[in-house]
Design a protein around this ligand. Structure first.
Ligand code: KG4
Ligand code: ZN
Length: 341
């Protein structure tokens, strides 16, 4: 089954053709990052207009009108995401579905992120799934593609958002994650002594055992760096200290979920799974018998291959949309509790 996937939820315009949820036949992603960099973050209206400009040229590079006949279904990100951006992808997907007489498969963006590592490995269930991106931080207990529970989530900012906000106050540009990651590699987290004690992030007990919180971390760092002399020379240490706190919290909560459920398989996805410190740490867990799965760097962030891949499994359970399918900006059906197919 060949599925054409379309992703326009945030600031990447992406189209991919994927066979049987596994083989990426063709793909193209146009990143808007250079346009948004000027504003230190994604400007929703500019994002949707950029999608409008690039979606058909990107589509054209992936597939010709003639080749559309060989496609079995059109998959598209339905939400969550920036509503104006989603509407561009959905509008194009629905027009393609209508004009070529193909079924439409609306895909949840979080489920698509969680699927990205499945494109590259055969992953058995159950596993603990962590989605860490610019908009979401969610921990799942996953028993099957359509059988999962949300164990916890952030109670304030998303982890990627915290990287982006710290980068903004340090004038490091957007997106913050990659630049903080790079600077941190030359820094020593313990050398940023001005931070004082390591901040106490959410405890591991009670209702917050699987939850995350990042606004306190951002405030602690912003407060400490405000009047710092020689800020420039301390940047690598600041970045290393921040990165350690932010990533260690992700790993601690994931570890809680693995231990409590007696599971030794962890899948991490979303933009923040590209973080080099995170990848090093979880790779070391393999020695302890914990299998860890992450997508290659190019598939940690938003891409259409994960949308088309995920859609293959949605098609298996008959989860199709129709010409009235709407978009949604918030989490949609991924809520606390069990996923209803
Ligand atoms: O998944 P994604 O591309 O978009 C959303 O759905 O949000 O994630 C983007 C986020 C941004 O906040 C970005 O700063 C972060 O992922 N990110 C990173 C790294 N690369 C991207 N965060 C930490 N370390 C990285 N290497
Ligand atoms: Zn995303």
């Amino acid at each position: 089954m060949r599925i054409l996937g379309i992703e326009t939820s945030c600031d990447e315009t992406s189209v991919a053709l994927v066979e049987n949820g596994k083989t990426i036949l063709r793909e193209k992603t146009h990143s808007q990052v250079m346009v948004h960099r000027e504003f230190d973050g994604v400007v929703p209206e500019i994002a949707s207009r950029q999608h409008l400009v690039y979606i058909l040229p990107v589509l054209e590079e992936v597939i010709s009108v003639e080749e559309m006949k060989g496609v079995d279904a059109i998959a598209v990100t339905q939400g969550p995401g920036l509503i104006g951006s989603l509407l561009v992808g959905l509008g194009v997907a629905k027009a393609l579905a209508y004009s070529f007489g193909k079924p439409l498969i609306p895909v949840n963006h979080i489920e698509a992120h969680l699927y990205a590592p499945h494109l590259f490995a055969d992953i058995e269930f159950p596993y603990v799934g962590l989605v860490a991106s610019g908009g979401h931080t969610l921990l799942f207990l996953v028993r099957g593609f359509h059988d999962y529970e949300v164990l916890g989530s952030t109670i304030d900012d998303a982890v990627g958002e915290a990287f982006d906000k710290l980068a903004k106050v340090l004038y490091l540009g957007y997106p913050g994650g990659p630049v903080i990651d790079k600077l941190a590699q030359q820094g020593d987290p313990d050398a940023f002594t001005e931070l004082g004690r390591r901040p106490q992030l959410l405890p591991d007990t009670g209702k917050d055992r699987y939850n995350f919180s990042y606004s306190g971390l951002k405030t602690a760092f912003t407060y400490r760096i405000q009047h710092l002399a020689n800020l420039e020379s301390k940047l690598p240490h600041i970045c290393a200290a921040f990165q350690r706190e932010a990533i260690d919290l992700l790993l601690r909560k994931s570890r809680n979920a693995l231990e409590d459920h007696g599971i030794s398989r962890l899948v991490i996805s979303g933009g923040v799974s590209a973080n080099s410190y995170l990848r090093q740490r979880v790779e070391a867990w393999q020695k302890e018998g914990i299998q860890t799965f992450m997508a290659p760097l190019a598939y940690c962030g938003d891409n259409a291959a994960m949308v088309a891949g995920r859609a293959y499994h949605d098609a298996q359970v008959g989860r199709y949309g129709d010409l009235r399918t709407d978009a949604y900006s918030r989490l949609g059906f991924v809520k606390k509790g069990k996923r209803a197919v």
